[in-house]
Design a binder for this molecule. Sequence first.
Ligand SMILES: [Zn+2]
Length: 145
Amino acid sequence: MGSGKGRGLSSVFVVCPRCNNKGRLIEKRTPHNIYYYVYHSRNKLCYVGAGRYEYVSKLHDFELRGAHDSKRYIDYLEFIVEILGEALREDSKNRDEIVKSLVEAYINITELLIELSKELDSDIASRIARALERVRARCIRYELS
Ligand SMILES: [Zn+2]
């Protein structure tokens, strides 16, 4: 990987998304991107992704990121909700199909939150309960129940 210029061993230990072993996260910077690796030993280095996937992202309405970024799915979810919201307002042709998929995703997320709330600390569990109660109240208000 060259002389070490543009990269460094970080003190951040991570579980490698490629091999599931622990290692240090390394950044290798180039003029156009940042590449991430997990350093396990002198003989083992796993490539785990880039900072940006410009070429692939051109085919999507949001930017994809590498496996080193454990929060990327939450960001993708927020983008997807926004994109689907726009699609529902603009595209009446596929509206029923999109709404059906959204309802299924919502049910799955809700079931996951209920399941997790049993394991999480009481503050987060009560936040989940309040959020679900707000949704329920809105359903009643809009006569969706
Ligand atoms: Zn690895």
